[in-house]
Design a protein around this ligand. Structure first.
Ligand code: PGA
Length: 240
């Protein structure tokens, strides 16, 4: 794993953008695996600014997102599709029909997981952006998730519900379940770009880079990926 330690969140976002820009420039029809959460917002802001200033185009680009809360869709401003539109898609020229995410409102949840797995097979990702949970999760693959997992429904852990409650009016409003790509799906991306900032991620970052490769720390599987780059700030890197 390549590890790049920078001083600030802004620097992390700029470095991440340069990796992303290389992918988009090399292949204007690239498939981008994208993530939600507070970590990649700066990366998306850099993509928007570059699109506006330099005209970098996403017209041929497709995107696939990692996860979505079960029960929420774009009518909820807490849904991840809303997040993606608000923070990126509405501000670049990607075609809406080329942006993909699990349908949180799907009536048949297993059929929705099957549909998404088939879609991921059809759209091999050139890059997958990831954040990391304070418990070492990637996407909503919580500790204990099998490394061989594909898209599935998860029961969120108490620590994730607590971490994510800051985005909701109260902790009671945080959905208890989500759709998520599995670890096997994530590992299938050609390139992985994982970002982390802040001291609350230090333990998870240690597990990601130096810990034992174990299902107890889902991110540790990335040690086995042939092209994985971690960009993190000094606080997140403090235990390395
Ligand atoms: P965050 O979430 O970017 O909001 O810290 C990361 C994650 O839980 O994967």
């Amino acid at each position: 794993m390549k590890v790049i330690v920078v001083k600030t969140y802004d620097e992390m976002s700029r470095e991440a953008f340069s990796v992303m820009k290389e992918v988009v420039t090399a292949n204007p029809r690239a498939v981008l695996g994208l993530a939600t959460g507070s970590t990649p917002i700066g990366l998306y802001q850099n993509m928007i600014a570059d699109h506006e200033k330099n005209g970098t185009s996403y017209r041929g680009i497709s995107t696939v997102n990692l996860d979505e809360y079960a029960g929420l869709d774009v009518t909820s401003d807490q849904s991840y599709i809303y997040f993606m539109r608000h923070n990126l898609f509405d501000h670049i020229d990607v075609k809406p029909e080329n942006t993909h995410i699990e349908n949180g409102k799907a009536a048949d949840r297993q059929a929705e997981c099957d549909r998404y797995n088939a879609l991921l097979e059809e759209l091999p990702r050139d890059i997958q952006v990831l954040g990391i949970g304070s418990n070492g999760h990637i996407a909503f693959n919580e500790p204990g998730t099998p490394f061989g997992s594909v898209t599935h429904i998860v029961d969120l852990t108490e620590s994730t519900i607590k971490d994510n409650s800051r985005m909701f009016a109260s902790i009671d409003e945080v959905p208890r379940q989500a759709f998520t790509m599995g670890l096997k799906n994530i590992m299938n991306a050609k390139k992985i770009l994982i970002l982390a900032n802040g001291a609350n991620k230090a333990k998870a970052v240690y597990g990601l880079v130096r810990g034992e490769v174990t299902e107890k720390v889902p991110a540790s599987i990335l040690q086995l990926h042939p092209d994985c780059t971690l960009i993190c700030d000094e606080a997140a890197a403090s235990l390395l």
